[in-house]
Unconditional design. Sequence first.
Length: 429
Amino acid sequence: MAVLKKIFANGVDEAEFFRQVERRSGETDKKVTAVVSEIIENVRGNGDSAVKAYTEKFDGKLPEYYEVPRDVINDAMTEADPEFVDALLNAVENISDFHNRQKSQSFVNPKENGVILGQRVRGLERVGLYVPGGTAAYPSSVLMNAIPAKIAGVKEIIMVTPPLRDGTPNKDILVAAAVCGVDRVFMSGGAQAIAALAYGTEEIPKVDKIVGPGNIYVATAKKLLYGVVDIDMIAGPSEILVMADNKANPKYIAADLMSQAEHDKLASAILVTTSESVADSTIAEIERQMKDLLRKEIIEASLSDYGAIIICDTKEQACDIANRLAPEHLEVLFENPMEYLGRLDNAGSVFLGQYAPEPLGDYYAGPNHVLPTSGTARFFSPLGVNSFEKRSSFIYYTEEALSEAKDDIVLIAEKEGLTAHANAVKVRF
């Protein structure tokens, strides 16, 4: 049975552990990069025939259809468990309500001298949504990626998802696609699907941005194709940091740490607490609760390699540690947790209090669950409506207004040695 290591914060021991956590993302696997590069070039040159050949090679057999017919999607909705559909619809309502508040506004700023400045905001033309299939099928990811895209005004969402071993689509994924308005669904997965979205094939349309989680081959393909197409982010292994004082319930802490540890052996689950008693009780709770969990071996490996309990002297010190790690998920199980929100600058999403466990954010509350990982919450933000928007500025000047500005513009241009820039202004006078 894995036991979380206890570390007493002294500025040295916890720093060594943080370095261990940061190393887990590791260097890019050169073998994976080589394989993915070959797949990308093959798809770029041979289109759908290459995509279908890889589907047969990696997924076992070609599906009955490449693009999922609309009546198959409708049938999935009709045949689905009504309680599951209702749960998704309730989640859609919450996610939509939250993301509707993120919409950016275009603006026009007319000035007294006749100058008109402004910004035009609109949605991307077409977005590709990658959805894993098989055992790692997450309908919630469809909602979290498609809903903000729709709210941003994206005109078309193209979903790609690998077929199951029998060549059929995952029904739960189709239901999620239906409830949030995905336009077209193609049965393709892996790096080949990412390449098809980036370059376009005879059947799969070229997109402007690719979003959605995937394995190392999918992540590597997104990374290599960034620039050909926009992507959401380069995601690392999942992580959670729980901050707890002596009033926190160890039963809740243990459950919340394991909720992230079950994702992946590389996932990181860390407790930072001011109470050694809570630390010891949490370890006992983990051992008790883990016995009944399906992904017990993954949890054990994750907690053993990348989990820890850090015991510190004050809540302020705990906040400093949280900001240093910049975790994907940050739970604050302090008494009066709202008091600390203003101190916590680096986190993907913050969960406040005993009754806001991390899965609430994964599935239901409304904020997006596509979050920066591996410390990148220091400078990246969660996926949202603005992730699917593009902005253009516009400028209108009258002759008189340009005349007033021309000497300054010419001076700056000539300082930079760009005499043609200066000439483009001078020639008008």
